[in-house]
Design a protein around this ligand. Structure first.
Ligand SMILES: Cc1cc2nc3c(=O)[nH]c(=O)nc-3n(C[C@H](O)[C@H](O)[C@H](O)COP(=O)(O)OP(=O)(O)OC[C@H]3O[C@@H](n4cnc5c(N)ncnc54)[C@H](O)[C@@H]3O)c2cc1C
Length: 337
């Protein structure tokens, strides 16, 4: 059966398409079939022009102030209209929080199916995704249509416009928004407080040892915070944590205020993908280290020569006091050696 593939994207605040959206477009193109582009945003004209050479048979848009911000009701209505107008059998969209919020509902509404967190895509379509906390990888196809596919970043090289950006014939679809939900603004942490940086080359993992009594019989939380934030500031590394460290706040113990469960790496945490990892004051138990499966080069600093890292889980283990090591590393980074 020849498929009608709808590439679905929302614009960014400046009216452009994000890198992950352009990756989804490249993935959609690779499926063959008839390609249709469907764009949502305050104004989608510039975004459509930027992909004028992508080979889409049609360009559809839903635009207006109501579609500037992420909101379930307006986004779901816009997507439904686009899928219907395109006659789409397969919908390929980037795995953004905006689409993750509304596409499952649209699939249900339209009697379709959805698969999310897709990491590879091939003709058929055949899609790859992980199950059971990234322990099993499956390649799946489905007979049900429309089939919605939310693709992760890295699924394809971003679509690169060849030749001049052009004017496209954009078919605008009228969509009524009856939602009582108003977007009154956004609240997000300041950039410097954001310690989770998926694109960083290095993952720095802090363990519960940073909050434990040290050789002098006292805890040194403030020093720990200064050393960790100093290292992150100097290197741009992403901050991970063991479960024990992020659980401490629930136990009423002194904690590192910039850590939350979002930082947790492991079986019940995240499985980040950085080329390198450095763990400090973390024991390296299996439920934690399983979250390091995609970290290629691993180093650890631990006082205990028998810690889990020393048992084949790290390439290099420094048996040393992490407070001393990181003080020295930060001084070297600051050129104060
Ligand atoms: C079902 C299940 C799921 C779990 N999921 C996760 C998960 O997703 N992620 C996770 O992290 N854990 C998980 N755990 C918990 C995991 O088993 C460990 O308990 C946890 O990872 C231990 O955290 P930690 O190494 O930071 O703390 P600890 O075990 O307390 O280790 C602290 C380490 O710091 C070292 N240290 C202390 N001071 C210094 C110093 N000055 N310099 C250098 N080293 C020092 C100590 O030698 C010690 O090795 C799970 C457990 C279960 C049962």
């Amino acid at each position: 059966m020849s498929e009608t593939i709808l590439f679905l994207a929302h614009t960014e605040a400046d009216g452009s398409l994000s890198r992950i959206a352009l990756e989804a477009l490249a993935a959609a193109k690779s499926l063959g079939g008839t390609l249709v582009a469907g764009l949502i945003g305050a104004d989608v004209q510039a975004a459509a022009g930027s992909i004028a050479g992508c080979g889409a048979a049609r360009y559809l848009g839903v635009a207006g102030e109501a579609f500037a911000e992420s909101r379930y009701a307006s986004d779901a209505a816009a997507v439904e209209a686009l899928v219907k107008a395109a006659g789409a059998t397969v919908v390929v969209a980037p795995q953004t929080s905006r689409f993750a919020r509304c596409l499952a509902g649209v699939a249900q509404r339209m009697g379709g199916r959805i698969d999310t967190h897709i990491t590879a895509i091939a003709e058929g379509p055949q899609v790859t995704r992980w199950y059971y906390r990234q322990r099993m990888e499956a390649v799946i196809g489905r007979a049900q249509r429309p089939w919605f596919l939310l693709v992760e970043s890295g699924v394809a090289e971003p679509y690169l416009s060849r030749g001049p950006e052009g004017a496209v014939v954009l078919e605008m679809l009228p969509v009524e928004v009856s939602s009582a939900t108003r977007v009154v603004g956004r609240q997000s942490p300041k950039a410097e407080q954001q310690t989770i940086r998926p694109d960083a080359k290095l993952l720095f993992v802090a363990g519960a040892g940073w909050t434990k009594k040290q050789a002098d019989g006292a805890t040194h939380i403030e020093d720990a915070a200064r050393l960790i934030l100093g290292f992150l500031g100097a290197t741009g590394a992403s901050l991970g944590s063991s479960k024990s460290l992020v659980d401490l706040s629930g136990e009423g113990q002194a904690v590192l205020p910039f850590l939350s469960h979002m930082n947790q790496v492991g079986q019940t945490g995240a499985t980040p993908r950085h080329p390198k990892g450095l763990s400090a004051c973390c024991h390296g138990e299996e439920p934690h280290v399983v979250g390091w499966r995609f970290i290629r080069e691993r180093r650890a600093i631990n006082l205990d020569a028998n810690c889990g890292w020393a048992r084949g889980k790290a390439d290099v283990v420094y048996v040393a006091d992490a407070f001393v090591v990181m003080e020295r590393v930060n001084a070297l980074l600051a050129g104060k050696s």
